[in-house]
Ligand binder design. Structure first.
Ligand SMILES: Nc1ncnc2c1ncn2[C@@H]1O[C@H](COP(=O)(O)OP(=O)(O)O)[C@@H](O)[C@H]1O
Ligand SMILES: [Mg+2]
Length: 256
């Protein structure tokens, strides 16, 4: 048996380790106004209503949470953060890609710690890029290290008080995620960003940076398939920004 370390708990403060942290909803910088697209709004409303309902009606045995899956950069992490903010829930952020590299035993401890802290208040636990910590048991050929870790997580999920806390996992590799997680959580696929949403995001990012959006809008029109991820759009806006600021002129050419 392991011994539990005692650690001073400070409310709403960043924990000592960087692989997970608690963020008070008021401190979440992302906002609903900056989220674009009908599909995003539709999924957002659905999930917000479920979590809001469970908290508002003290539903102890509701849905434990959701798996957001889809291509990188299509707004999964963004939505989880904005859900926490809009529902006024403390956000417990667990970075799957960081925690997975921890020593044997460390990440289990971290998971238990996060769920224990989350239990004390209205909260949303976000396990981002979860496939790296919870790969499918069959796929891992029963590697004991992962089996132990997954079992600890399943126990935490089964014990979750849904009148207080919900869990969101995000992944770009849905097929690699343990099937027991898919049984416990409701999976929602995030589609690639469509052209009109890409244009709306690009326009907003240009306005934020104080540059003319004509060039990036033209790029999206010319090659919509190249801008189905938020990150691709952001990169293009940055290139345009540098070109407009540095070049002293406007680059509205779709060609590189
Ligand atoms: N619907 C959207 N509205 C506004 N910005 C978006 C949207 N989808 C993605 N983005 C932007 O794209 C970037 C990547 O989104 P993110 O949520 O990190 O993607 P994922 O977690 O799905 O890989 C973010 O900086 C975000 O601001
Ligand atoms: Mg993400």
């Amino acid at each position: 048996m392991e011994r539990r370390e005692r650690r001073p708990e400070t409310r709403n403060s960043v924990t000592a380790k960087r692989d997970s942290l608690e963020i008070a909803w008021k401190e979440i910088p992302e906002s609903l106004e900056s989220c674009k697209g009908e599909e995003f709004q539709r999924i957002f409303a659905e999930v917000r209503n479920v979590i809001g309902h469970q908290i508002g009606n003290h539903t102890l045995k509701g849905i434990k949470g959701f798996i957001f899956h889809g291509e990188p950069g299509n707004g999964k992490t963004l939505m989880a953060k904005v859900l926490a903010k809009e529902l006024e829930l403390s956000l417990f952020f667990v970075d799957g890609s960081v925690i997975a590299r921890e020593l044997y035993g460390q990440s289990e401890r971290q998971i238990v710690k996060v769920f224990t802290a989350a239990r004390k208040r209205r909260s949303l636990v976000l396990i981002d890029d979860a496939e790296s910590i919870f790969p499918d048991r069959d796929w891992m050929k029963g590697e004991s290290w992962h089996v132990a870790q997954n079992n600890i997580l399943f126990h935490q999920i089964d014990d979750l008080d849904t009148s207080q806390t919900s869990l969101i996992m995000t992944t770009n590799k849905f097929q690699l995620l343990d099937s027991a997680l898919k049984d416990r959580l409701y999976a929602i696929e995030f589609p690639p960003i469509d052209e009109s949403t890409a244009t709306a995001i690009a326009r907003m990012k240009c306005t934020e940076k104080g540059i003319d959006p004509a060039g990036v809008e033209e790029n999206i029109r010319a090659e919509p398939d190249a801008f189905t991820s938020g990150r691709a759009i952001e990169k293009m806006v940055v290139r345009e920004y540098i070109s407009q600021i540095g070049g002293g002129g406007r680059s509205s050419s779709p060609q590189e």
